[in-house]
Design a protein around this ligand. Sequence first.
Ligand code: PMT
Length: 420
Amino acid sequence: MSILKDKRILLGVTGSIAAYKAAELASTMTQAGAHVDVILTRAAEQFISPLTFQSLTGRKVYTDSELWGGESHILHVGLGHAADLLLIAPITANTIAKLAQGQANDLLSITALAAQCPILIAPAMDIGMYENPATQENVRLLKERDILFAGPAQGRMASGLEGLGRMVEPNEIIGQTRKILGKSGDLAGKKIIITAGGTQEAIDPVRFITNRSSGKQGYALAQAAIDAGAEVTLISTPTALKAPVGVSFLLAESAEEMLNAVLTESADADVLIMAAAVADFRPAKIAEKKLKKRDGIPQITLEPAPDILKHLSSQKSGASRPSLVVGFAAESRDLLSNAAEKLKSKKLDLIVANDISAKDAGFNVENNRVILLYADGQKEKLSLQSKYKISKTILKRVASMLNKEKVFNTGLLSIAKTEK
Ligand code: PMT
């Protein structure tokens, strides 16, 4: 979450039982390196104490008692001007109404009125209050004024009733925060398609052929691209992972489905990154009914699965190709020569070569160790590090290539005569 490092987050907390979740927000953001200043309303103080936030953030917590203190006349301006983001979570119907009407009668509402930074709010209120026409009108007004909303969610309220009005979970709010903070990043305004996971090639209605890809590398790329300000479409096979907040998500099970999704999305994309492990072979025929044991061992004939990158690079396909295409190579031998051959035959701008024979990198682990091979023959080695960090470097290089800048000047590998 390096996007949060050294960012100044002003966290407003209002009087709702969801205030306890604000403590988790303050803690997670502080651990990620953000400077979190908290403002509690009088009602919030009934639910949670300033000491809780002071202990979690290591910083002074502001309450209404400060409003009439020594630095009162500038405090709200100072807080609002210094912040990268004003996040109010939870925000009650009352504070939403105050913001909509421009009321300024406590430290939080005065600060919000003076704030120069983006404002993100996470409503929390009991059943009926959010859908009440008065609240809806206030919500409409705030949206019109570019106030950003996280939720609310549908679900069980503290009252025991079910409905729309629950505060969304902290990880959703943090996801939205990342998207807002990344907005002016290196890839702002660029559409990036990222594929992830191992395709599933059906044998019959219950069985399929797949591979060891967990999707972790592709999902890390998607998160890093959001953090860099891109508009991200994540085309993924079924995985155990949660899609990063802010991506537009498309599910594709087989190579064929992934091909169709990539072709559709490529029409207006700037970049395609194929991190998915797409099948090279698939059963030539899919049995309509489940194959039965009593019928003996089935003979499964394989045929080539569509090669998505080759399809895109072929002149005949007529498919529009993003300006920049990045592939991955998963190799268990002759890493560099095999990757270089794929770079050329698939007409890529960059290929990320992973040695999948290593236990600590590649498939289904948190880290990766890769070599980047560029179309102009340059090579760059990235040592063992998290898949998110690897992704950040790849995307930095992608941004440089899009801007036609010199690609890199560190980590250059001399052209290796021997493999690995
Ligand atoms: O998902 P993880 O567990 O995090 O693991 C990450 C990873 C090892 C899967 C990933 O980093 C990786 O290497 N992905 C590519 C795996 C792969 O399919 O490599 P390949 O060498 O078979 O294919 C080369 C390139 O062609 C890839 O970009 C692939 O997406 C693409 N391809 C492959 C086959 C095919 N039919 N169509 C394709 O477009």
